[in-house]
Design a protein around this ligand. Structure first.
Ligand SMILES: [Fe+2]
Length: 330
C-alpha cells in the first residue's frame, strides 16, 4: 500500500507517471489525494515512503527469499541425489540394496505402538505339539509361541540341507538370477549364486568366516520341489491365507540384527537344523511398560512371532548350522 501512496512525491515523479498510465487517471488521482493527506498528518516522511518503496521494489532480491530458494534446492537435490548415490554404490558393490531392507526408512515410517501387545509378556508361550482345534485360541495372538516338536515329522527335517538346495538351484540356474529377495545380513555373500559357489569347506565353516543368508523362494519350480518336503504346519487354521513364497534362512552364528518385518501376515518358522536364539523387544516407546526377553528353539520346533510388532534378532550357537523355513499365515 505504501508503494502506491509514495508514488507521487517529486523524487518519484517519473515512476508516478508510469503508474498513472497503468492505473488510469481516476484511481491515480485518488491515490495522489490519499498520499497528500498522509503527508499532512506528519506521521510519515518522504524519506520513509521512499525507503518503503525501495524495500518493496527489492523484494525479488530479498536475501531471505534467496536463502529459502537455496534451501528448497538443497532439499530437492538431496531427495534426488541420495537414491542415485545409493543405487550407484549398490551397483558398484554388486548388491541389490545398499541399505538392506530399508530399515531406516521403515523405522521412520512405522506406526507408533500402543504397547498392549507386550504388557506382562516376559517369555513365549510354550506349547506341546497340538491339534488345530487346540491351537485355535492362540492362532491370531500377538503372543510369541513355540510349538515343540511340531515339525519334527517333516521330510524336510531329514532331507533339506545346504547340499540339497545347492543341487536343486543348480538344476534351475535361472532361479539363482531371479529377482527373488535375497538377504545377506552381515555376511559377504551378496547373491544366491555366491552362496552356492562357496567351497565345501567354506559352506560347512571348516574354512573362512561365518555366514548367514536368507532368501525368498519365489520361483514356482523351486518352491514346488521344496514344498514336497514340508506341508503347511498342521495346527494352523484351515482357512488361514498362505503366501505364494516361502523363505529359507540358513548359516552360522550371527543371524538377523534387531528389526521389524514389513509383511502382511503373521510369521511362522520351522527350525529344521541347529538351535536358534531369539531376542524380542517391544518398540522403544513401550520400554516403560514392557521388557525385552530371549528364548531358543531346537530342531523340530515351530516358532510363531508377530514380527511386525515385536523387534527381533537371532543368533546361532557357535559351530552349529541353522536351517529354517519361514512363511506367513493370516
Ligand atoms: Fe525378521
Amino acid at each position: 500500500m505504501f508503494l502506491f501512496i509514495s508514488r507521487p512525491t517529486r523524487t518519484l515523479g517519473n515512476r508516478m507517471q508510469s503508474v498513472r498510465e497503468r492505473l488510469g487517471p481516476d484511481l491515480a488521482d485518488q491515490l495522489d489525494a490519499l498520499h497528500r493527506n498522509v503527508m499532512r498528518t506528519g506521521l510519515v516522511s518522504t524519506q520513509e515512503l521512499e525507503e518503503a518503496f525501495r524495500k518493496t521494489r527489492d523484494m525479488d532480491h530479498n536475501p531471505n527469499r534467496l536463502n529459502l530458494l537455496w534451501l528448497l534446492g538443497i532439499v530437492f537435490f538431496i531427495m534426488v541425489a541420495t537414491p542415485v548415490f545409493f543405487e550407484t554404490i549398490s551397483f558398484l558393490l554388486g548388491v541389490r540394496c545398499f541399505l538392506p531392507n530399508n530399515y531406516l526408512v521403515w523405522e521412520a515410517t512405522r506406526p507408533i505402538s500402543d504397547c498392549e501387545f507386550c504388557k506382562g509378556v516376559r517369555a513365549p508361550l510354550i506349547l506341546a505339539n497340538l491339534t488345530m482345534d487346540e491351537f485355535a485360541p492362540h492362532a491370531y495372538s500377538s503372543m510369541p509361541i513355540i510349538v515343540k516338536r511340531a515339525v519334527a515329522h517333516w521330510p524336510a527335517q531329514k532331507h533339506l540341507s545346504f547340499a540339497f538346495m545347492k543341487e536343486l538351484y543348480e538344476g534351475v540356474p535361472e532361479a539363482m538370477d531371479s529377482d527373488c529377495q535375497f538377504l545377506h545380513f552381515n555376511s559377504d555373500l551378496k547373491s544366491l549364486k555366491q552362496v552356492f559357489s562357496m567351497s565345501e569347506e567354506r559352506s560347512n565353516l571348516t574354512q573362512g568366516v561365518p555366514w548367514f543368508v536368507g532368501w525368498s523362494v519365489c520361483q514356482p519350480a523351486v518352491l514346488a520341489e521344496l514344498r514336497k518336503l514340508y506341508p503347511r504346519p498342521h495346527f494352523l487354521p484351515v482357512d488361514a491365507e498362505m503366501p505364494h513364497t516361502d523363505f529359507i534362512l540358513m548359516g552360522y552364528e550371527q543371524g538377523a540384527v534387531m528389526h521389524l518385518d514389513y509383511i502382511p501376515r503373521l510369521m511362522w518358522q520351522a527350525q529344521l537344523s541347529g538351535n536358534k536364539s531369539w531376542f524380542l523387544a517391544p518398540a522403544p516407546e513401550c520400554d516403560h511398560q514392557c521388557q525385552p526377553f530371549s528364548f531358543y528353539v531346537e530342531p523340530g520346533d515351530a516358532v510363531l512371532v508377530d514380527t511386525r510388532i515385536w523387534y527381533h534378532a537371532n543368533t546361532i550357537p557357535k559351530g552349529q548350522f541353522s536351517l529354517t523355513v519361514q512363511s506367513e499365515y493370516g
